[in-house]
Design a protein around this ligand. Sequence first.
Ligand code: SF4
Length: 661
Amino acid sequence: MANIVNELKHFNGRSGLGAVMGNKRLRPIVVRGHDRIEPKDKEGLQACLKWFRDHYKRDADMLHKFGTSRNVMAMSADSILPTRNFLEGQFEHAKEISGQTMAETILTDEGTCYACAIACKRDVDVPERGVTSKYGGPEYETIGSGGSVCGVGDLGAIAKFHQICGEYVMDTISVGMTIAWAMECFEKGILTSADTDGLDLRFGNAEAMLTLTERIGKREGFGDLLALGSERAARRIGNGAEEFALTVKKQELPMHEPRGKQGLSLAYATAPAGADHMRAPHDPADDPTKVPAPYRIFTREQLLQMPQQSQFLLMNASKSDDFYAQYGGVTLENLLDDLLLGSATGTVVYAPDGFSQSHPLYPDAAAGLYHIFGDYPAAAYYYESVADMAKNPAGWCKYDAPSTAGRNNGDPIVNPAGLKLLLAIARDGAHLTTGVLNKQNKLDGEGPFRVVPPQKLPGPPDQRSTAANQSVIWPYDVNADHNAGFSTRSTTIIKVEPLPEGTTDINLLEAGWPYVDEAKIVVYGAIDPVPNILEKLDALEATLEAASKKDFRNRGLKELLVRQVKTVERFVEWGWYGLALRILQNELLPETDACYVRPARHSNDLIADCDLHKQVQWALNEIVVLVNIAKAEKVTQPPPICHISRLCLRHEALCGTQGRN
Ligand code: SF4
């Protein structure tokens, strides 16, 4: 478990290299030099640096703002956040231990490796636990190993865990995983408090986790056994304990779930150092043979042209003030109804500050899951002057929205079209205020779009959980429906799961803050690919048209390729995906699979310019994947067949319908 450390907070972790040094009685390695290191290609390096300077937007980079734990919530939503010794992939306290919460609470500064512009490292202070930023702060691996994998949802405790491991120069992954293994053994009765020096080692016990970390560092009592790592400790304990030690070559698994990041299964199994997350792509989405999933981008103007729904709602929060308001916008049901493929199972909604929320398609009994299709129950308006912040300084609910005028306690809250999960565009008649990150890295504002769920279990605005006085008419109720916490402010992305075969995530960074400023939202994943196919065919046609005739093997071939692309476009418009695929696979792909270089004879290669050939091949491969999805899902119905010819491409004048029927 022992590491090598530099400047108290830069670690060479994993594999116990510190133990090797200790065994050889080697304490430090000091390196000193006088010569400058000259890059082999100075101009190339400078050009690279200039490109990065021109293109890198630090203020919009989540890695800079929230560090390596920026994706904790998204990983939990995707069921790949190792939780309770890998028994689960979703952690109910993911938000509390996320990089976003860290930025809002204990972060004092962003740290960096030498000369790195990104500065993803964290510096944190937690004075009440004696945590100081001279040890830096927890990164993703430590957030997972001291947090979710031990069931601990307390960021201050994780920061303390990080510091103790820093003080004793221990690998946070191996320490956290060894404690998580002991916790599972404790829960299963293989270990008892007689074995653990009296520690109640159940998952989630932050104080026991910290005490044990300290004892491992000092090699005291039960900690002395755990300092051997989970595999050796399990062998000594026996009684089935080995079954719960998750190691490869005696090294504990890092915080990446190989059941969700399948590339890592092989990497863990074959890496020389055992379970090693630095040796292979982490995600099936990193596959370069996959193409971006189908997507649609909507502007506010386009959304405003769709059927609008207005609904009066209570936004009931746990820790902050509640309020009533009239939200207007598009129901997610209406937005997605025509887009979804039959294979769609649910959605994840994202905001650019990293917040995400899962929404199943249909009603789900789980608390916190707000469905898209179907109504929510009618509610009632609750009014009490003691809760009214305008009437009582200790109140906890805002009743100041114009839409509350004329309402009385007990009035029903209904909607003729049913209360729905709403993509809100306006609140009480005005566009939602645009979201911005304030100086504390907190999101202010809620627009341009906010996914707003009505309450599944309608109830009154209950007192804040943090309020000292709970002797009020509606005290804090942990079981109440705090729907406000499940809304997504400044929504920019709706991902429809699962991604279709052969596709991967779109570039999500693009749909971040720029989309907030431009009032746009992107929906991608298991959705109708036809608009994208037509878009890509148009772009391909334009590329071919713009090319010089000299870029082709002979002058007539440019027109031939353009004609074939147009034919594919027609077939796609008609829903004749099989025929479209036949032309794509039997003609276009073979004709463009290599560039024609004289004097070699490749009679089926039509393109002579190698750059153009690459562009065309990539575009065609993307189109083939998307047409295959459309064919498998049959996402559109073919229009009536032309009365002149089944394959009519030219009779616009006769049909008067652009040759389509
Ligand atoms: S070089 Fe260091 S600071 Fe920069 S991104 Fe990598 S780990 Fe973070």
